[in-house]
Design a protein around this ligand. Structure first.
Ligand SMILES: [Zn+2]
Length: 379
C-alpha cells in the first residue's frame, strides 16, 4: 500500500434522499455530500452505491418478525399517511383501526414510537443504510480499497428485534459480521457521544461469549481534543497490541463536537481527525461509518475534514466555505473550522490516569506480541 490509502465513499442519490428523511437528522445527508462536492473532495476517492441487498441480508442479525413488520405493506401505507398528515399539519387523524388490531401493539413492541417513528420510505431507507455498510465491507473483503466510508451508516443502537435511539437497522453489526467472513478479528471502535447499547461503566467488559472483548471508557463532560487524543492513542496502542485485529470498524458519530445541541463534550474536528489518522496509520482495512451529530453544519464540517485528511493528507481545505446550495447553514462564520467552547473539562488528569492504569492492568504488555505487532505494522 502506498502512503495514501485507497479510499471509497459509499453513496447514491437514492440513499442520500432516503437518509435525508431520518427524523433525527433531517437533510443531514444532502448537506454533508454537498460540502464534499463543493470542496471537490469526491474527486480524491472512488464512489460506489450501496449494495442491492435482500431481506435475507438483514436477517444475518435481525429477527425475522421485526424485519417483516418494517417491510410490511401496512407500515408502508401508515408511513405515507403520517407524512401527509405532517405536511397538512392535520392532527385529527389518529385512527389506525384500518391496520388491524395488532398494528398499534406491533409499533410499540418493535420500538417504532417516540424517537424512532415510522417515516416515509422507511423500507427503502433500511435497505440503503444496511446495503451501504455491506457494500463497504464487501469492498474491503475483496481488497478493492483500504478505507471504505459510509457516512449514512453507524446506526449502533438498533436492536435485533427493535428500533432504538434513532436507529432502525444495525448496519454496524451487519458490516462486522460481513467482514468476519474474511477477517477473523475485527476491532470495533465507537466514538459517538452515546455508547453503543450494552456498555456503560469501565467495569463492563462484555457478557457471555463476549466476556473480556469489550472495553468501555466513560468520559465526562467538557472533553477536549487534547484529553481525547491522549486517552485514545494510549488505549489504542494497548488494544492493538493485545488483540492484533485484522480489520477495524469505526463509528464516528460526532455529537461530541463543541457545538452539538447535546452540549456535553467539547471536541473539534481536529480531535476526531487525530483519532481516525492514528487508525489509518495502522494500515489495517478500515470501515468508517457515521452516527450521531445534531448540528448538521458541524457534522458536515467534521466529516469532510476527516474524509479529506484520509484521501489528501497534504491538502489543507480552504477555511472559507465556498458558496453552494446549503451555504446559509454555515452562518455566521461561513468557515470550516469549529472552535471549542469555554466548557470546563471534568475529565481531570487524576480521573484519566486512574482509567489508563485500569486499562494497563487489563491488557498487560507482552514483549513478544509487541515485537510481532510492530513488525507487521512496518511491513
Ligand atoms: Zn450519539
Amino acid at each position: 500500500m502506498s502512503s495514501i490509502p485507497r479510499c471509497t465513499l459509499i453513496r447514491s442519490t437514492e440513499s442520500i434522499q432516503n437518509t435525508d428523511l431520518l427524523p433525527s437528522n433531517l437533510d443531514r445527508s444532502s448537506v454533508v455530500h454537498a460540502l464534499i462536492d463543493v470542496y471537490k473532495v469526491h474527486q480524491s476517492l472512488e464512489i460506489i452505491p450501496p449494495a442491492k441487498i435482500r431481506r435475507a441480508h438483514l436477517l444475518e442479525y435481525h429477527d425475522s418478525g421485526y424485519i417483516d413488520f418494517l417491510l410490511s405493506k401496512d407500515l408502508e401505507k401508515y408511513s405515507k399517511e403520517i407524512s401527509v398528515d405532517d405536511d397538512d399539519d392535520n392532527n385529527d387523524n389518529d385512527d389506525n383501526s384500518e391496520y388491524g388490531e395488532d398494528f398499534e401493539d406491533d409499533l410499540q413492541e418493535f420500538g417504532l414510537e417516540f424517537d424512532c417513528p415510522p417515516f416515509l420510505d422507511l423500507n427503502k431507507y433500511i435497505f440503503n443504510v444496511a446495503g451501504g455498510t455491506l457494500a463497504a465491507a464487501e469492498h474491503l473483503n475483496r481488497d478493492k480499497t483500504d478505507v471504505a466510508i459510509h457516512w449514512e451508516g453507524g446506526r449502533h443502537h438498533a436492536g435485533r428485534d427493535q428500533a432504538s435511539g434513532f436507529c432502525y437497522v444495525n448496519d454496524v453489526v451487519l458490516g462486522i459480521l460481513h467482514l468476519q467472513r474474511k477477517f477473523s478479528t475485527v476491532l470495533y471502535i465507537d466514538l459517538d457521544l452515546h455508547h453503543g447499547d450494552g456498555t456503560g461503566s469501565i467495569n463492563e467488559d462484555g457478557k457471555g461469549k463476549g466476556k473480556n472483548f469489550n472495553l468501555n471508557i466513560p468520559l465526562k463532560a467538557g472533553l477536549t481534543d487534547a484529553a481525547f487524543t491522549r486517552i485514545f492513542e494510549r488505549i489504542m496502542a494497548k488494544v492493538f497490541n493485545f488483540f492484533s485485529p485484522q480489520a477495524v470498524v469505526v463509528q464516528c458519530g460526532c455529537d461530541g463536537l463543541s457545538g452539538d445541541p447535546n452540549k456535553i463534550w467539547n471536541l473539534t474536528s481536529e480531535g476526531y481527525i487525530q483519532a481516525i489518522n492514528s487508525i489509518v496509520q495502522t494500515k489495517l482495512p478500515l470501515l468508517l461509518v457515521g452516527g450521531g451529530g445534531y448540528s448538521t453544519p458541524d457534522v458536515a464540517r467534521c466529516w469532510i475534514k476527516i474524509t479529506s485528511a484520509i484521501t489528501q493528507p497534504t491538502t489543507k481545505l480552504e477555511n472559507d466555505i465556498p458558496p453552494h446550495e446549503y451555504f446559509d447553514l454555515y452562518k455566521p462564520s461561513f468557515e470550516l473550522d469549529i472552535a471549542p467552547s469555554v466548557t470546563p473539562d471534568e475529565n481531570t488528569d487524576k480521573y484519566i490516569d486512574e482509567m489508563l492504569l485500569l486499562v494497563d492492568d487489563r491488557y498487560p504488555d507482552d514483549e513478544k506480541e509487541c515485537r510481532s505487532n510492530q513488525e507487521s505494522k512496518s511491513a
